[in-house]
Ligand binder design. Structure first.
Ligand code: ACO
Length: 431
């Protein structure tokens, strides 16, 4: 098998090295192409560009495979927890008992925010969306810690503390954002609660009245976090790596990730799915009219929760979440008409040649919103839940770029299409 690629440009042949990944994914290394030929490659939207070599997550979108550090998502969903999976994603191996204990202890130790951060929460308007609050407060958290502000990649031994602090505090900040936007008193974390139970406690308990932590509810939310833990070089993770490549601190990089995640084509899709289902329900449509509109390019509508840049098969997370959705709704004795509409939409779309030809299948967001609705999580918090779940992936990618000996600042090029040399004209001579 050839290990080089030849490219002919302006009558000259250039030989480029190729790279083969551990799962036999093939790439042409063009990093030297401009230096030798004057050409760059153009790939709008990066659909065919590998921006890094990574050991964290493997996806085969044609087969519908997702593995964290080699372990299939189905096994982790069945046998692991979010905290254990976070360790796996960040450190590259499943923790032994001592490692898991140490990691959990760090998460508990660092779950509190600096008390003065409460005043920042007060500055946001009532009803403000929790995503910008989350992003702003993650970034602001570094101002409350001079060590973190002055931290740099050279001090790698401190990474474990900052990683645990971020993973733990994102949940506290997220819950506080929700309480603030609803004008509710802030609820502090409890040392005795585990990660996901603590988040639900901070979201839903009231002073002197603890929220009832039903095991099926805690498990369902933990599963949603786990299924989102990483997803290789998506829009938000690529953003985190881009910011990290400038050697910005971990919190600043993660805060940028939250902004990238917010859009409806990415982490905002779970919110958009439920809003779409509510609209279909309100209009008394069984989904047929919406599907027709989603196929019409002029309607401005898309079937939210369907399609994926990488998966051209069923998203494996969607399968797991669909099953969990049925289980949670029946355990909580909830009969949600939106679930019926979602199932009907899915079946209709999977029969429709428009979706079949374009290989558009349900993605993870199609059913996760219905579960979160059943758990009482308000719709504007859906992308926030996604951001908490994705935090280990962002941290792992930050760590990977920090530990790469040849790490360079990310700086893509462009093909300039603007005016050629032009000259300044004084205002009185302009037409
Ligand atoms: N509904 C209707 N048509 C669609 C949809 C959809 N959900 N998704 C893609 N298409 C169509 C496009 O119009 C296009 O049709 P064409 O070839 O006739 O022009 C074709 O399928 C390819 O679509 P692209 O937009 O080129 O695909 P891309 O890879 O750029 O986008 C994306 C992927 C953004 C996820 C897209 O499928 C989409 O908008 N889906 C709905 C939003 C959503 O669910 N996002 C969550 C993604 S998963 C995540 O972030 C966790």
């Amino acid at each position: 098998m050839s290990t080089t690629a030849n490219i002919e440009l302006d009558g000259k042949t250039y030989t480029l090295p190729t790279v083969v990944g551990t799962e036999q994914e093939k790439a042409i290394d063009i990093s030297n192409l401009r230096a030798v030929s004057g050409y760059i490659t153009l790939d709008d939207g990066y659909g065919n560009t590998g921006s890094c070599q990574s050991k964290i997550t493997f996806i085969d979108g044609d087969q519908g495979i997702l593995r964290y550090r080699g372990i299939p998502i189905e096994e982790l969903a069945e046998k692991s927890t979010f905290v254990e999976t976070s360790y796996l994603v960040i450190y590259g191996h499943l923790p032994n008992r001592t490692e898991l204990r140490g990691f959990s202890d760090l998460l508990t130790k660092y779950q509190y925010l600096h008390e003065d951060m409460r005043f920042h929460f007060q500055g946001f308007p009532a009803g403000g969306h929790p995503m910008p609050i989350l992003s702003a407060m993650i970034n602001a958290a570094s101002c409350f810690d001079t060590d973190l502000m002055n931290w740099h990649w050279g001090k790698r031994h401190e990474f474990d503390v900052y990683a645990a602090r971020l993973l733990s505090q994102v949940r506290t900040i997220a819950a506080f954002s929700y309480r603030k936007s609803h004008g509710l008193p802030l609820i502090y974390p409890k040392k005795s609660y585990k990660y996901t139970a603590n988040f639900l406690h901070m979201m839903f308990s009231m002073p002197y009245e603890d929220f009832e932590l039903r095991p099926e509810v805690v498990r369902a939310l933990d599963l949603i976090f786990l299924l989102h833990a990483d997803h290789e070089q998506n829009c938000s993770t690529a953003t985190v790596r881009l910011v990290a490549s400038s050697q910005a601190n971990l919190f600043a990089s993660a805060s940028a990730g939250v902004c990238a995640l917010w859009g409806p084509l990415h982490g905002g899709a779970n919110q958009a799915v439920v809003e779409m289902l509510e609209q279909i329900h309100k209009e008394g449509d069984d989904g047929s009219k919406f599907i027709a509109a989603a196929k019409d390019k002029n309607s401005g509508r898309r079937l939210m929760g369907f399609g994926h840049r990488i998966y051209k098969n069923y998203d494996p997370r969607a399968k797991i979440i669909k099953r969990a959705c049925d289980q949670v709704l029946s355990a909580l004795n909830i009969n949600d008409p939106l679930l019926e509409i979602a199932k009907h939409l899915e079946a209709a779309a999977l029969r429709d040649s428009y979706f079949v030809e374009r290989k558009l299948y349900p993605n993870v967001d199609f059913y996760s919103g219905i579960i979160m609705r059943a758990l009482g999580v308000p719709v504007e918090m859906f992308p926030v839940v996604f951001a908490i779940g994705r935090m280990p992936g962002w941290i792992a990618n930050y760590k990977e770029i920090m530990e790469e000996p040849k790490s360079r600042i990310y700086r893509p090029r462009q093909v300039y299409m603007g005016p050629t040399l032009n000259h300044f004209v004084p205002i009185e001579e302009r037409v």
